[in-house]
Design a binder for this molecule. Structure first.
Ligand code: PMP
Ligand code: GLU
Length: 387
């Protein structure tokens, strides 16, 4: 069978495949410590599940509008106004099957052959692949620990060409956990406005911040950047709703209409009763979000201390999300070999940095219980000392 060329250009998602492998090993009775997929270990809060169950019982089981339930679109617009200072109406919002689907819809609606999309590395692994699937060209700009894994305004400026259409911003970041300060966001916004470049701001980790780190949504900097901003967000991380598949995009009406057209021919509306769970997530108490954040904060402290106590590893302190991104170059191994051997010999699942555009690092998710963290760090320590 001759497959379409476009699929030959993209590998399968390594985060998903390693997580699936770790789950399968566990199901076989193997004692695996999994730091692979970024998936909170908590159950979805009860009031959110109850709202979806009620909607199901009430017969909210039919097709709905492709762009989402009007009540949810309005609740999202309200959240963006109140929490992020962004003035959107319901018509500026599309509800999607997760943050990943939001970004994919956006790329399909916006990017065409010849268009360049600037992506700072280390990046979340799906960004470049989505750009390629849409026929565009990802332009990767490497950053390292010396700038806290942040793109500088000069780096951004010098990577812009007449073909540049979009800049991908992800703060707090997966995989590094770094958070751009409000000042840094303002300067990046200036460069984007000066050059008339669009920005998609992936804010899926906005609620998971530590030690006073502050999240500024780039669209809130001013009217000129607001007009060039698309927000991508979702419910998976903040509300522990990964399997619900619920996300959204916010942006100019023309673009939201175009993504709705794409969605109307691909997935139609997101599961109707699940959207009622999302309304409860936004309108209900936010205490659950803070409780989970506090648990992540404790785990972060323990994992960071343990990682930096291992000779040969170095991990900068992340300010957000739930990932550690230690440098492993002193071990002499490349990331794929490191992760394979670690899983094989010590039963610890991690993701090679090469998947995120940084072969000298590995990624560990600490969205897992403390016991697994302690046990996994003992094993990692033993592994590195044995090299
Ligand atoms: N953006 C980033 C940076 C992510 O890490 C993820 C998944 N972990 C997503 C988007 C997509 O999340 P989902 O599709 O589960 O909403
Ligand atoms: N995004 C999460 C991660 O980076 C989940 C897996 C995925 O969607 O790729 O681990």
């Amino acid at each position: 069978m001759k497959l379409a060329e476009r699929v030959g250009q993209v590998p399968p998602s390594l985060t998903l495949s390693i997580a699936a492998k770790a789950k399968a090993m566990k199901a076989e009775g193997i004692d695996v410590c999994s730091f692979s997929a970024g998936e909170p270990d908590f159950d979805t809060p009860a009031h959110i599940k109850d709202a979806a169950k009620k909607a199901l019982d009430e017969g909210k089981t039919k097709y709905g509008p492709a762009a989402g339930e009007p009540k949810l679109r309005a609740a999202i617009a309200n959240k963006l106004q109140v929490e992020n200072g962004l003035s959107y109406k319901a018509e500026n919002i599309i509800v999607t099957n997760g943050g990943k689907h939001s970004l994919f819809n956006l790329m399909l609606a916006l990017i065409e052959p010849g268009d360049e999309v600037i992506i700072p590395a280390p990046y979340w692994l799906s960004y470049p692949e989505m750009v390629k699937l849409a026929g565009g060209t990802p332009v990767i700009v490497s950053t390292d620990a010396s700038t806290g894994y942040k793109i500088t305004p000069d780096q951004l400026r010098s990577s812009i060409t007449p073909q540049t259409k979009l800049f991908v911003l992800n703060s707090p970041s997966n995989p590094t956990g770094m958070v751009y300060t409000p000042e840094e966001i303002k300067v990046l916004a200036e460069v984007l406005v000066e050059n008339d470049i669009l920005v998609v701001s992936d804010e899926i980790y906005e609620k998971i911040l530590y030690d006073g780190a502050e999240h500024l949504s780039i669209g809130a900097v001013g009217a000129e950047i607001f007009d060039r901003t698309i927000i991508s967000n979702g419910f998976a991380k903040a509300f522990s709703m990964t399997g619900w598949r619920l996300g959204y995009l916010a942006g100019p009406v023309e673009l939201i209409k175009a993504t709705t057209t794409v969605q109307s021919h691909s997935t139609s509306n997101v599961c109707t009763f699940a959207q009622y769970g999302a309304i409860a997530a936004l309108e209900g108490s936010q205490d659950c979000v803070e409780e989970m954040r506090q648990a992540f904060a404790q785990r972060r402290k323990v994992m960071l201390e343990r990682l930096n106590a291992i000779p040969g590893l170095f991990c900068p302190q992340p300010d957000g999300a739930f990932y550690m991104f230690p440098n492993i170059s002193k071990t002499g191994l490349k990331s794929l070999e490191f992760c394979d051997k670690l899983l094989e010999t010590q039963r610890v699942a991690t993701v090679p940095g090469i998947a995120f555009g940084a072969d000298e690092c590995i990624r560990l998710s600490y969205a897992t219980d403390m016991e697994s963290i302690e046990k996994g760090m003992d094993r990692l320590d033993k592994f590195v000392r044995s090299l």
